[in-house]
Design a binder for this molecule. Structure first.
Ligand code: F6P
Length: 544
């Protein structure tokens, strides 16, 4: 199967949405004024996640049309295709089965005639044994010292998930262990990560789906050299201080890591969808196997919700369609994700790969150029910090920036009035964005005429409010799965391949060509464009 559906802009629902949008959507304040129950009606709660989507530029009619758009895009069938292991990643001829990573043991999910669920649980069991050995101190370093430091080396999906989950769940983590995450090929990342570590007490987890990624391999080789200094070059130490997470056993062996110390996953797990696979080994060591399993339970409950709930009460579908509504009909170029939870400080960075590497595509599954916009840019920072930085633009700038606010009723650190103040702020921001402040209100406050326009808030700026009880491993799983399926929903409607990432290839290839041109003692004959040639020459002349 290639195309999901006929060209998007030819779908009846799309055409009706164009007309509906053209007729004008009343302002959010008007929508609330005409329906006093709107704030209660336009909400949905599933799997313990509450979503208030009432502060959006939508009417009941908009929603109806968006759900029809999902129907006409065959979303239901595509969801089934994903869950049942069809090879929906057509450009790589792969199934897309991150949902199998959190499937209960008794579930059956087949890829090429093989039930993959037992394999998933086998790896989870091995991870559990290993994680317990490390945290109990029974996994010893080469000189018999217990491991106290864990350094995850990986990039993209082999870094962003683990680091986000570690930060998000730090509250639940083993504070006797130190965790570091090295991703950048910039040597500073490695240097700073190990600056205060003792090699005899350090374990490196080399995480790479392919085990060929230049950044990760460069960092892993540097880590090996660094480690061997603690053992006077005795290579036998490597086996006690390096483990690998990969789909590529051959490359892991070539690197010198015993495949007994390798935790596998499969080509049907995309890098950006892998934080709940063995790529989560560092997460499991940090929070313990039980918490890790709770996180998987959270993922699974959102999977079940996404697969079974009608679109009108389906969290990922509603949010995905709203994102698409602003992108394609209002020209919104970005969406801000604003967690009011300090532990989620890396969540926006994690979402950037999930959303933009998945849906930053310019052709449909058929290879034809799209004539509508696909993924917007995602960005964000935790509240309330962002309020004192970029919120000015969201409130009074000239661009429309839909916001996803994320908040929790219970804090993980209950200190004085902090949490009520935090939550008052997130509610206030959503209120201010939606309802603004008119020039009349400003004048009524006695503000002089010359100053009044500066104090006007236009309002009508949309936001979603995601509210959950408490940030737990289970909640994190639900939240991540919510956005995974949000991305899926949009990808299906846009009719694009959400599970490949060809856009990262060209730069990689060109860098491989430039590396020797920078490193060689003698100057290469340069055949790039004049700018690149000039930059290479200048760099060579400047570097020490
Ligand atoms: O940036 C491209 C990419 O392939 C991502 O999709 C992936 O998460 C990352 O590189 C790392 O890849 P690997 O896990 O194979 O090292």
């Amino acid at each position: 199967m290639t195309s999901n559906h006929k060209p998007l802009t030819e779908l009846n629902a799309w055409k009706d949405l164009v007309v509906h949008h053209g007729n004008g959507i009343p302002k959010i304040s008007e929508l609330f004024a005409t329906d006093p129950q709107r704030g209660e009606k336009m909400t949905v709660e599933a799997a313990g996640i509450f979503l208030d989507y009432s502060k959006n530029r939508i009417t009941e009619e908009t929603l109806k049309l968006l759900f029809r758009l999902a129907d006409e895009s065959n979303l239901r069938a595509r969801i089934e295709a994903m869950f049942s292991g069809e090879k929906i990643n057509i450009t790589e001829n792969r199934a897309v089965l991150h949902v199998a990573l959190r499937a209960p043991e008794e579930e059956l999910i087949f890829v090429d005639g093989e039930n993959v669920v037992p394999k998933v649980h086998e790896v989870l069991a091995r991870m559990k044994v290993f994680a317990e050995k490390v945290s109990s101190g029974s996994w010893k370093g080469y000189t018999g010292k217990p491991i106290r430091n864990i350094v995850n080396i990986g990039i993209g999906g082999s870094d962003l998930g683990p680091v986000m989950a570690y930060e998000a769940l730090k509250h639940y983590s083993d504070r006797n262990l130190t965790f570091r995450f090295v991703s950048n090929v910039d040597g500073t990342d490695f240097a700073e990560a190990v600056i205060d570590l003792d090699g005899e007490e350090t374990l490196f987890i080399v995480s790479s789906k392919t085990f060929t990624t230049i950044e990760t391999m460069t960092n892993a080789l540097t880590a090996r050299e660094w480690l061997l200094k603690s053992f006077r070059g005795d290579v036998k130490a490597v086996a006690r201080h390096f483990v690998a997470v990969s789909t590529n056993g051959a490359e892991v062996s070539k690197f010198g890591i015993d495949t007994d110390n390798m935790f596998g996953f499969w080509d049907w797990v995309g890098g950006r969808y892998s934080m709940d696979s063995a790529i989560g080994l560092a997460t499991m060591i940090a929070i313990g196997p039980d918490n890790f399993m709770d996180m998987l339970k959270g993922f699974h409950s959102m999977d079940v919700h996404f697969r079974t709930a009608p679109f009108a009460s389906n969290l990922p579908v509603i949010m995905g369609l709203l994102g698409l509504w602003y992108t394609d009909f209002f020209g919104a170029e970005t969406i801000a994700v604003l967690p009011y939870e300090q532990y989620l400080k890396r969540f926006p960075a994690y979402l950037q790969q999930l959303t933009m590497e998945s849906n930053g595509k310019h052709v449909t599954l058929n290879g034809t150029e799209v004539d509508y916009h696909t993924s917007p840019v995602y960005w964000g920072e935790p509240g309330t910090n962002g309020q004192h930085s970029f919120y000015q633009l969201i409130h009074q700038g000239t661009r429309l920036i839909p916001c996803d606010f994320i908040a929790f009723a219970e804090p993980l650190n209950q200190i004085g009035r902090h949490h009520d103040i935090l939550i008052a702020n997130v509610f206030a921001q959503a209120e201010a964005l939606a309802f603004g402040k008119t020039i009349e209100q400003v004048r009524d406050e006695g503000v002089p005429e010359w100053l009044a326009p500066h104090k006007v808030f236009e309002g009508n700026r949309p936001s979603n409010m995601i509210l959950a009880r408490k940030l737990t491993p289970e909640t994190l799983g639900k939240l991540v799965a919510l956005y995974e399926h949000y991305v899926f929903t949009q990808g299906v409607v846009w009719n694009i391949g959400s599970f490949d990432q060809w856009g990262v290839e060209l730069g990689k290839v060109l860098a491989q060509r430039i590396i020797p041109e920078l490193e060689s003692v003698t100057e290469h004959k340069l055949t790039h464009d004049s700018s690149t040639n000039n930059l290479i020459r200048r760099y060579r002349a400047m570097k020490v």
